[in-house]
Ligand binder design. Structure first.
Ligand SMILES: Nc1ncnc2c1ncn2[C@@H]1O[C@H](COP(=O)(O)OP(=O)(O)OP(=O)(O)O)[C@@H](O)[C@H]1O
Length: 309
């Protein structure tokens, strides 16, 4: 038995040409392994192919080539088992306005063939904080409640893997925090989580491991910690006691002065030490009121890896 939640090999998707557009290679042969139990981030700029990949996992888009195994089940060989192992929270609320939250969850469970005795409607309503809205019409729910109901619908068949496609786009901070608390709890209970997000700070905070795709190709996959340590550029921010200009700097250091007078020195930790920078600053007669070090974040890594040549 493999230890992976998802194993994707040589995955390709070409959308057929239309009258207006030529054929589009949205995925150009992706290999991707997602370990069980992880919170995994799938990142990439707009149009990179993330939705195509997720829709293939969900069985909504037919792949052109390659193999997809979900919880060890090949999509083409065991379609029923592979579908049962995964729950998808889509980007767009696709709720029937005439169903109540309780009704939506029951119908969804029915679609997945969950026997009545094994349905967890009340437990799921409790988890998503909609117990008191069990019998309210979906059209009367707030945007935030609808999002939570989408999460609930993805959970009715107790999947081992939960996919969240841009779950926090346009969502307020309170709902975002609630959603992440739910997701962490599900992960602690053993569920593998895959998410796409445009908020890199969020990915940095939530994900153990990250893959970045660009133009239909995987450009990197690594633990979040390793990705962050790839960029060894650091910044030393110095607040001088009085207005100061930048001293002359060697090529290995880039300097800037911000409007509040802070001097910033960006450098490669391999090439130069913070101590050397402090010497340069002191030798220029600058006295230091405050000093702090700024590390590269996921945004820097993302930009460095996806910038077009
Ligand atoms: N049904 C379709 N027919 C033709 N081309 C498509 C179709 N769906 C997506 N594409 C194209 O395939 C490429 C990948 O799109 P996809 O939606 O998978 O990207 P994405 O990474 O999810 O982007 P976003 O973050 O904007 O949602 C894009 O160039 C897109 O225009």
């Amino acid at each position: 038995m493999s230890d992976n939640a998802i194993e994707i090999t040589g995955l390709k998707k070409t959308y057929a040409a239309t009258k207006k557009a030529p054929p589009k290679d949205a995925l150009k042969g992706i290999d991707l392994v997602i370990p069980r139990g992880s919170i995994f981030g799938l990142l990439g700029p707009n149009g990179a192919g993330k939705s195509t990949l997720i829709n293939i996992l969900a069985g909504l888009v037919t792949k052109t080539a390659g193999s997809v195994k979900i919880w060890g089940f090949d999509q083409d060989v065991n379609p029923r088992q592979s579908r049962a192992a995964i729950g998808i929270m889509p980007q767009e609320p696709n709720l029937d306005p005439f169903f109540t939250p309780g009704g939506s969850l029951e119908v969804q469970a029915g679609l997945y063939g969950v026997p009545r005795s094994q349905r967890r409607t009340d437990e799921i309503l409790e988890l998503i904080g909609l117990s008191d809205k069990r019998d309210a019409y979906a059209r009367s729910l707030s945007g935030g409640m609808r999002r939570r109901l989408l999460l609930g619908k993805a959970l009715v068949h107790s999947p081992q893997i939960l996919v969240l496609d841009e779950p926090t786009a346009g969502v307020d901070i309170e709902l975002r925090n609630q959603l992440w608390a739910n997701v962490r709890k599900l992960n602690e209970d053993g569920m593998t989580i895959i998410l796409t997000t445009h908020y890199l700070e969020e990915a940095q905070e939530m994900c153990d491991e990250i893959a970045i795709i660009n133009n239909g190709e995987k450009i990197v996959q690594d633990s979040t910690a390793n990705l962050l340590s790839r960029l060894d550029s650091k910044t030393l921010a110095i607040t001088p006691t009085s207005d100061s200009i930048l001293p002359d700097l060697p090529d290995a250091i880039t300097g800037s002065v911000s409007t509040d007078g802070t001097l910033r020195f960006t450098y490669s930790a391999k090439a130069i030490s913070a101590d050397q920078i402090l010497h340069i600053v002191k030798d220029a007669g600058i006295t230091i009121a405050d000093i702090r070090s700024e590390e590269a974040d996921l945004e820097d890594v993302f930009l460095a890896l996806t910038k077009s040549d």
